[in-house]
Design a protein around this ligand. Structure first.
Ligand SMILES: [Mn+2]
Length: 479
């Protein structure tokens, strides 16, 4: 049996939500008026004047599940005590109306306090959010209708990451469902192996803007300009500074004013922009196919570090929505892309040449044919136990490249590398990954045709700067 002692404002909804046969629920309350509705719905009710030991004794038995759902926390506490004295080992779920009551109730064994008011507030919040998204989605549809006949130009940020690629893809799907042509543009390059694999496996069509001419053609042909995961023209995107985009969608907060002529939605409450785009897809009834779902889910995973960082309840809800549509096999292949045999060779060389001092690993591989091999090898080297920072140096064309990786939380690798190398070339990056590029002219070598000599000189120079820059003493020999 389920016995409800006192119902309160939200208790009625709570009772209706219980996933049990309603004939097994008995509701006893001092407010008789409220009970008639429940009685009509088939619940067993018992209106009383006031709670007493007699009433509890004759209606509650050991083994019953007791709910105390009144609005008055102190009264609920008294009811707990009264019930407990008569039936010591009954479990009681109780409405803790405030923190003070909750703390007191938590001290009593077998009592589970809940904050019904918080649940209601959350439900209201979700309902309100849904309403706002619906309004925004309708507005977006209206705006896009005006772009019919032309091509919507969707711009991601430079070196697009999975979140911007998936979000752009979702925006394209919205355009498509409205019967509008669109093209996705990006500047910089698609760098990580995983990102390349995402684009390749899902056959995503992205247009690379390589120069001013290509940009002006793209802009001339655009009926609407959309910015995805980037909010300010010219900042980390190919758009000119003086342009006002029609639509801006981002999830990074910015101190600057976001300027959009038609529509802007900056969702800094979300872990990934893909979450926001998925809610638009839902509201606009756009079909989410397996390709799109896979891209969006992968983006969500990357941006939230597999749901461990910056993740909101909305992100989780959207992930749950996407996962049945996503292609698990494809997702796996994107996450661990195959390594080329060339990269394997570079890794082999990097392992042989490595030197480790105080958890800092430096290695050098001389001339490389594929630049991507360096970051992949650097990442691999970081897996060695005890290693916290990796610097891997290679030469490509007329430039020296260093890929650096770190798992040391007390270090900002990008800053460290910048301090060490900025006087030689360009250097910098993120807390856990960084890069350096130095022109070969900076290395003083007599015989410029002797590649082996050049590689040795470069390795010696970079080794010294790297170790010293990270505060490692290189005067002593290592074994
Ligand atoms: Mn993102």
């Amino acid at each position: 049996m389920y016995v409800v002692l006192s119902c309160g404002r939200f208790g009625y909804e709570f009772v209706r939500g219980l996933d049990v046969d309603i004939k097994d629920i008995l509701i006893i309350d001092e407010t008789a008026d409220n009970l008639s509705g429940l009685e009509k719905e088939g619940f067993r009710v018992l209106p009383i004047k006031t709670f007493s030991s007699d009433i509890i004794n004759s209606h509650v038995k050991t083994g019953d599940q007791v709910f105390i759902l009144g609005d008055d926390g102190r009264k609920n506490l008294e009811l707990i005590k009264m019930t407990r004295e008569l039936i010591p080992d009954v479990t009681i779920i109780v409405n803790a109306t405030n923190k003070e009551c909750e703390d007191k109730m938590n001290l009593i064994k077998g009592v589970v306090p809940i904050r019904i008011s918080d649940s209601v507030r959350n439900a209201l919040k979700i309902a309100l959010e849904a309403r706002i998204t619906e309004k925004k989605a309708t507005l977006l549809r209206k705006i896009l209708q005006k772009a019919k006949g032309g091509t919507v130009a969707i711009f991601t940020h430079n070196d697009p990451d999975p979140d911007s690629i998936a979000s752009a893809l979702a925006f394209q799907a919205i355009c498509e469902s409205e019967g509008i042509r669109s093209k996705i543009y990006y500047g910089g390059e698609i760098s990580h192996q995983e990102n390349k694999e995402l684009v390749r496996l899902l056959e995503i069509e992205l247009n690379h803007i390589k120069n001013e001419d290509e940009l002006s053609i793209a802009l001339q042909n655009a009926s609407k300009i959309v910015m995805i995961e980037t909010a300010l023209p010219s900042e980390n995107n190919v758009l000119p500074m003086d342009i006002v985009p029609n639509i801006v969608l981002d999830h990074h907060s910015t101190n600057m004013d976001v300027n959009a002529s038609d529509f802007a939605d900056i969702r800094s409450d979300l872990g990934a922009l893909s979450t926001a785009l998925t809610t638009y897809l839902q509201k606009l009834d756009v079909k989410v196919d397996s390709k799109l779902a896979t891209a969006l889910l992968y983006a969500l995973k990357v941006d939230t570090k597999s749901f461990t960082r910056n993740v909101s309840s909305t992100d989780l809800r959207i992930a749950a929505f996407l996962s049945p549509f996503a292609d698990e096999e494809l997702l796996k292949r994107i996450e661990s892309p195959p390594m080329s045999s060339y990269t394997m060779d570079v890794i082999g060389k990097a392992i042989v040449n490595r030197e480790i001092r105080d958890g800092v690993l430096f290695s050098s591989v001389g001339y490389v044919k594929e630049r991507d091999a360096l970051p992949q090898a650097a990442e691999f080297l970081l897996r060695e136990s005890g290693v916290r920072v990796v610097g891997l140096c290679g030469i490509r064309g007329f430039n020296i490249h260093i890929s650096a990786r770190s798992n040391d939380k007390s270090l900002h690798l990008g800053e460290a590398v910048k301090r060490a190398f900025s006087e030689y070339g360009s250097a910098g990056g993120h807390p856990t990954s960084a890069g350096v590029q130095i022109s070969l002219d900076r290395v003083k070598i007599k015989d410029k045709s002797d590649k082996e000599l050049i590689a040795n000189e470069v390795a010696n120079m970079c080794r010294k700067i790297f170790f010293t820059g990270l505060g490692i003493d290189i005067s002593t020999k290592t074994i």
